[in-house]
Design a protein around this ligand. Structure first.
Ligand code: ADP
Ligand code: MG
Length: 735
């Protein structure tokens, strides 16, 4: 590198002289035949397995059925042959420990025959169970390091696949991860348990009201993934981005998102090549990505798939995040999944679209043409409102994280107050039911079914949706699904879906008990349900809010309604072990008390760990990079002021420029010292993990913000050619 210029300038120079054009794959002519090429799918198993083995495989899990050892051997052998044909040399149990990301340990198919020749081997035992050394994964006290046994077990409900990176092909088997004592150490196990709980309770309810064909129910989820892309050379000059995922410094760029000209704008060529590459890889992995577009902030984008069953959708979203990050490297880009990589522009979320489908293919959240007559729909709606009203801290627990705290409550993402927007029409239905009116009459149908007249005769007739969109609600009803909008972009979808499934299952269970009671009084199931509905809607209507969730009036109104406003992760996590919350998880068989306590501990430690990394980074960058730069510039200004004073007068502009930088530099030095002291204090605390997390939140965050304010101010004054970090403008507008 030219020693006379800063890394920032060097990177910009490289960028200006042309980036390596990505060797993007040609758009597949036929995405349909490429789709799922790398997946050991159900239809592949149907083709390749003996019919009886395939049939037994399809019903494992039902009524407690497990896979017999000889069947597992058959499946393993077929799976291995297929994977080797795809070029795989290794296999891995692919799991999701409490780190929030995926984990893998590769073993080759190699075994030695008696004469020393290499042969391939992969037994049913290898397929079903693995034992990674679990001592270094977060366990929250469920295991001590000297009792490090942890096991992975095959989850046949999510298909195995081969991952390809260059010439390296690996068979990946989705698995759960649990401890020697049988407690879950991952996010998949409770997700699967929550799906079972929701299915069980919903089937009970449906059967009670006469839907006897309802035998099982599965939540369906589609996640809209937002992300940022930054040129990799600039990214590499920002240790804060590399290590903490977000910029800890950075003054506002002259152009951010104020012109609203990035959202849905024509996708830049370089980005389109990247997206195409990502999609080809995901199609091969059977991930049905469907939508791509520019998002609101500069350099922000989104990808969304077609919805799938919650468990598969969660695994697929982990793959989406992995493929985005890895493919970015091939394109000299860095993909940022953090919730708030940049101040002053929107952060990134992951909208979790959620609905309930039963075994007959019926979507229980589809209101149909006459919602006021649709008893299953109304009951599920009532259960969702009940879940929000009584158990919303559990939803808030599903989205905790130091990164997401920067988003929630800011005027870009839903607030931390959980409520549902159901639209004016549905609310009218609710009100009619509550007041005992015949809701099929009156103004309920006023809007539905009408169409627009745009005054252009050549345009087709366009019918009006039953409700406008509400972009500010954390849980917005969007026609036949709810869109939960408060999940963070980097977060595993598992957590929020565990919360949704468990609390709705609990609420449905509560409703079932009430209906059963009325049945004992002589009513039929559906009579009992109709009788109950007005009471349910009346009790839980407080959870409905169709207005502007960003307004300060709503914060006051929500407080009057008694809806919790859990503003940060630490405050939320403090509630995890309260008896009411433990009861919900335990009653649905989703998490035991021991598992909850472990999770609470892990998530608090995660919070502290992230804050300390950010604080250490702020300190080291501030001291070793920003301060020396500011000092250099101060010196230059001093020389200039000295010169000028000789020539003009003591109070000339040169002198005041120097004074301003000098004062800021001195203040920076002082604030860095304060930050250092706070870091030491928090690190040395010998208290509960909760108290430590509170101290990190209350002491470290403000101390970091103080440093940041000074640095960002200095950035606007110091010679840009010596400023060490790429600026927001560099990163936003260089692609
Ligand atoms: P919207 O315009 O309301 O955002 P889209 O059709 O664009 O809706 O879908 C956004 C996401 O919601 C996609 O991932 C899509 O697959 C998913 N989605 C659509 N219908 C459902 C449903 N019934 N259940 C769950 N997710 C759904
Ligand atoms: Mg979106």
């Amino acid at each position: 590198m030219d020693s006379n210029i800063s890394p920032r300038l060097f990177a910009l120079k490289q960028l200006a002289t042309g980036y390596r054009r990505p060797d993007s794959r040609k758009a597949a002519k036929d995405i349909f035949s490429n789709f799922g090429r790398d997946v050991f799918s159900l239809h592949l198993m149907r083709d390749k397995l003996p019919k009886d083995v395939f049939e037994r495989l399809c019903i494992i899990g039902r009524d407690g059925r497990t896979l017999a050892a000889h069947d597992a051997d058959t499946v393993a052998s077929v799976m291995k042959d297929w994977a080797i044909k795809q070029g795989a040399t290794h296999y891995t149990h692919w799991f999701q420990p409490m780190t929030g990301i995926t984990a893998e340990k590769h073993d080759s198919f190699l075994a030695l025959a008696g004469d020393g020749t290499g042969i391939s081997e992969f037994s049913g035992k290898n397929l079903i169970k693995g034992e990674p050394d679990a001592s270094s994964f977060p366990s929250g006290g469920l295991r001590s390091t000297f009792e490090a046994r942890g096991y992975t077990a095959w989850d046949p409900s999510s298909p195995a696949f081969v991952s390809r990176y260059g010439e390296t092909v690996t068979l990946c088997i989705p698995t759960v991860f649990y401890s020697y004592t049988g407690e879950s150490l991952d996010r998949k196990t409770p997700l699967l348990r929550s799906v079972t709980a929701l299915s069980k309770q919903t089937v009970r309810l449906m059967n009670l009201i006469g839907c006897s064909d309802c035998e099982s129910v599965e939540p369906q989820v589609g996640a809209e993934q937002e992300y940022f892309l930054v040129d990799r050379r600039l990214y590499s000059c920002r240790p804060d981005l590399v290590m903490s995922g977000r910029t800890l410094f950075g003054a506002r760029a002259p152009k951010g998102q104020q012109m609203e000209d990035h959202y849905f704008a024509a996708i830049p060529k370089r980005i389109l090549a990247f997206m195409n590459d990502v999609e080809q890889k995901l199609f091969a992995l059977g991930v049905p990505v469907h939508t791509r577009h520019n998002e609101v902030a500069p350099s922000q984008y989104e990808v969304a798939p077609i919805f799938e069953p919650a468990n598969v959708a969660t695994d697929h979203n982990m793959l989406v995040m992995e493929v985005l990050v890895r493919t970015a490297e091939d394109h000299d880009l860095a993909c940022l999944l953090h919730e708030k990589p940049f101040n002053c522009v929107n952060g990134s979320g992951k909208h979790n679209n959620w609905s309930l489908m039963d075994n007959t293919g019926r979507n229980l959240l589809d209101p149909g043409a006459q919602p006021w007559d649709n008893l299953p729909f109304l009951l599920i709606l009532a259960a969702i409102l009940r879940a929000i009203h009584l158990y919303s801290p559990i939803w808030r627990l599903g989205i905790v994280g130091a990164g997401n705290d920067h988003r929630l409550g800011a005027n870009e993402a839903p607030p931390a107050i959980i409520s549902a927007c159901i639209g004016d029409n549905l609310e009218k239905v609710l009100e009619a039911i509550i007041s005992g009116q015949d809701s099929s009459k009156g103004d309920v149908q006023e809007i539905a079914g009408t169409s627009y007249n745009l005054g252009v005769s050549s345009l087709p007739n366009i019918s009006r949706d039953t409700a406008d969109r509400n972009r500010t609600s954390p849980m917005a009803f969007t026609g036949n699904k709810f869109e939960f909008r408060a999940l963070g972009s980097s977060q595993s979808m598992a957590t929020i879906n565990i919360s949704l499934n468990t609390t709705v299952a609990k609420a449905i269970g509560d409703i079932v008990v009430k209906i059963e009671k009325l049945i004992t009084e002589g009513l039929s199931g559906s009579e009992a349900a109709w009788k109950l509905l007005p009471k349910l809607f009346k009790e839980h209507q407080v959870a409905v809010f169709n207005g502007d969730n960003y307004s300060s009036d709503w914060v006051k109104e929500a407080a009057v309604r008694g809806l919790p406003n859990l503003k940060d992760s630490v405050q939320t996590l403090a509630l995890y072990d309260t008896p009411e919350i433990i009861e919900v998880f335990e009653s649905q068989g989703v998490l035991s008390k021991a598992e909850i306590l472990a999770r609470q501990h892990i998530l608090l430690e995660d919070y502290i760990g992230r804050l300390l990394i950010e604080a250490d980074l702020t300190l080291s960058l501030g001291r070793t990079s920003i301060f020396p730069t500011a000092l250099k510039w101060q010196d230059k200004l001093y020389q200039a002021a000295k010169q000028a004073q000789k020539l003009v007068n003591e109070n000339g502009p040169e002198a005041s420029a120097w004074t301003e930088v000098r004062n800021l530099t001195n203040a920076l030095l002082k604030s860095l010292k304060e930050l250092e002291t706070v870091i030491e204090v928090v690190k040395a605390l010998e208290m509960s993990v909760l108290k430590k997390a509170e101290a990190a939140r209350d002491q470290i965050l403000p101390a970091m913000n103080k440093v940041r304010d000074l640095v960002d101010h200095l950035e606007t004054l110091v010679d840009v050619t010596i400023w060490p970090l790429p600026t927001y403008a560099d990163m936003f507008w260089s692609i």
